[in-house]
Design a protein around this ligand. Structure first.
Ligand SMILES: [Zn+2]
Ligand SMILES: [Zn+2]
Length: 78
């Protein structure tokens, strides 16, 4: 079993994991308010207004409270 360290998804072969890594995080958003990670589709309905899907959290706004996991990963590497 090969598990992606970023999203914890599991794959049966290393190749599947490698392929997944190229796209992992691209449509995933992270909320800076509550730390929740979710798909972009869960955070927006019209592709314009974004808000955290967590009921207990009032975080919202792309690049305000919500940012892309892929961006966060790049920031970590610096
Ligand atoms: Zn992943
Ligand atoms: Zn949140």
């Amino acid at each position: 079993m090969h598990t992606c360290r970023l999203c914890n998804r599991s794959f049966s072969t290393e190749l599947q994991l490698e392929l997944h890594r190229d796209t992992c995080g691209e449509d995933e958003l992270l909320c800076g308010e509550c730390g929740e990670q979710f798909s972009e589709a869960a955070a927006t309905r019209d592709g314009w207004h974004y808000s955290c899907p967590n009921d207990d959290c009032d975080g919202g706004g792309l690049k305000e409270d919500l940012y892309r996991v892929s961006d966060a990963r790049l920031a970590e590497q610096r």
